[in-house]
Design a protein around this ligand. Structure first.
Ligand code: G4P
Length: 196
């Protein structure tokens, strides 16, 4: 999505450890117009997939998931992050390792919200190693629902998570796919190169 790529080039900052800071429009400050247009694009990509629920995980994915779900005219399901203790039979749950933060947490969703008849689109803001999307896929699997695919606002292609999922036959769409980034240059997979 050209508009998102341009905003990344204009306002993104590359931090040590391969972290892209996009607080100005996606994380700390939300550009509502941009986020609605990102949601509209995700909805367009999945318009023929008969999606019945959009699934995301707290916190930063919520806005984009909401926008996509609004255009698809379906509800958003919000997976919560919990410490491993106190997991009951009433919830679907999956253990997720965050490479960025170097910790583990348990993702949970109350069972009544996801049925085996649902067709689920998984949405998040960042796709890096793919651990979060895999955890969400596991929750969908436990419910017996059909995962129709995943959508991320920004994929860091150089971390390989998206391509590993695609190699397994999972549909993964990213609105901006970063091939490489360094302090002073950032390359998108479709050959747009510029300097931040
Ligand atoms: P993975 O799910 O793809 O394996 O990625 P990872 O565990 O490494 O990501 C953990 C968290 O860091 C996620 O949010 C993810 O959205 C975020 N993240 C990963 N790479 C970047 C990046 O380059 N820039 C920014 N801004 N965020 C990144 P979280 O911290 O777990 O939760 P939340 O921020 O959504 O609350």
């Amino acid at each position: 999505m050209k508009e998102l790529e341009e905003r990344i080039l204009k306002e993104g900052k590359v931090l040590p450890g391969g972290i892209l800071q996009v607080g100005a429009f996606l994380n700390q400050q939300l550009d509502t117009g941009l986020i609605m247009r990102m949601g509209r694009e995700i909805a367009r990509l999945y318009k023929d997939a008969a999606v019945t629920k959009v699934l995301t995980i707290e916190a930063s994915g919520i806005a984009i998931a909401f926008a996509a779900a609004a255009y698809l005219n379906v509800p958003v399901l919000l997976v919560r992050k919990k410490l491993a203790a106190n997991i009951s039979d009433e919830v679907y749950h999956a253990s997720i390792h965050s490479f960025t933060h170097g910790n583990d947490f348990t993702a949970t969703l109350p069972k009544p919200y996801l049925k085996s008849t649902d067709r689920v689109l998984i949405v998040d803001d960042f796709l890096a190693n793919g651990a979060a999307l895999r955890g969400l896929m596991e929750i969908v699997r436990q419910s017996g629902a059909e995962p129709v695919g995943c959508a991320a606002a920004i994929e860091k292609g150089f971390q390989g998570g998206g391509d590993a999922l695609r190699a397994e036959g999972i549909r993964v769409e990213s609105l901006a796919l970063i091939e490489s980034m360094s302090d002073d240059a950032l390359t998108f997979r479709r050959n747009i190169t510029d300097v931040i």
